[in-house]
Design a protein around this ligand. Structure first.
Ligand SMILES: C[S@@+](CC[C@H](N)C(=O)[O-])C[C@H]1O[C@@H](n2cnc3c(N)ncnc32)[C@H](O)[C@@H]1O
Length: 262
């Protein structure tokens, strides 16, 4: 294992992640919603830092638009998948990959400062020390730079309804358990929007928050979504119109927080 990597349950998921999430109907729609915001925030030829890049889907997307990305992840298997995808896409001149535990961001040397940074789909829920991420991003992102963070939300009515309807009360309310949940040996936290605001306000101005998955269901509802493609498309269309309106960002499967380095 290299210096920046962590023993991680994501190692075992790296090869199947794109099949189960990235190319799912729900995952595709959610990612498209995030890309709209990434594309608005990062214009070529800016250089951005990605935390928890997984298989590199977002890094490749941005690189194809002319953005330079340092794509990092704590799981070496994910970094390897990302590297292979970058090479297949022919954007190796714009994307560098590296094993990096985001919790160590405030102590590690990187070739910065970066024009911006982002993290997508819950990578930062796996980092208990979000204050260190906040301090690290303050260190590595230039003043005025944008930071977009997409984390799993805490209050998710879709999830409550789905699991209660299936008689699983524990799963319905797992995100509300004090101190977070354990998943395959990894601690997963579900900070509220208010907590994120508090954690990142020392170095960042809060520009807004958007709901990713408030009407569109969580990804484990994929089978239902496959049976109701037109309803899924309609829910997505309405969600895109209301995504920034309170209280929707606080009630979504994921929340996308947009920050500006002070
Ligand atoms: C649900 S996946 C999301 C991957 C990718 N961002 C995407 O949009 O598909 C979460 C990722 O976070 C990574 N991760 C978990 N803990 C991490 C940490 N402490 N530092 C950096 N990455 C971490 C995992 O290895 C995994 O690739």
């Amino acid at each position: 294992m290299t210096a920046g990597a962590l023993p991680s349950p994501f190692e075992a998921l790296a090869a199947s992640y794109d099949g189960t999430f990235t190319s799912s109907r729900i995952g595709t729609r959610m990612r498209r919603a995030v890309w709209r915001r990434l594309d608005a925030a990062f214009v070529p030829p800016s250089r951005v830092l990605e935390l928890g890049c997984g298989t590199g889907e977002d890094a490749v997307h941005l690189a194809k638009r002319g953005v330079f990305v340092l794509a990092t992840d704590a799981a070496e298997g994910m970094v390897a998948e990302a590297r292979a995808k970058v090479e297949r896409a022919g954007v190796a001149d714009r994307v560098t990959t590296r094993a990096l535990d985001a919790a160590r961001l405030d102590e590690i040397h990187l070739e910065g400062p970066f024009d911006g940074a982002f993290s997508n789909f819950g990578a930062l829920n796996c980092v208990p020390e979000l204050a260190a991420v906040s301090a690290g991003l303050s260190r590595h992102v230039r003043p005025g730079g944008r930071v977009l963070l997409c984390l799993m939300g805490r209050y998710v009515p879709w999830e409550w309804g789905w699991y209660l309807a299936h008689g699983n009360r524990k799963a319905a309310f797992r995100r509300l358990v004090r101190g977070g949940a354990e998943w395959r040996g990894l601690h997963v936290g579900y900070p509220s929007l208010r907590e994120l605001h508090r954690l990142f306000s020392p170095g960042f101005r809060f520009l807004g928050a958007r709901a990713i998955g408030v009407l569109v269901p969580p990804s484990y509802v994929e089978e239902w979504a496959a049976r109701h493609p037109r309803l899924l498309a309609a829910l997505d269309a309405v969600e895109r119109r209301v995504e920034a309106l309170p209280p929707f960002p606080s009630l979504a499967d994921h929340v996308l927080v947009e920050l500006e380095r002070r």
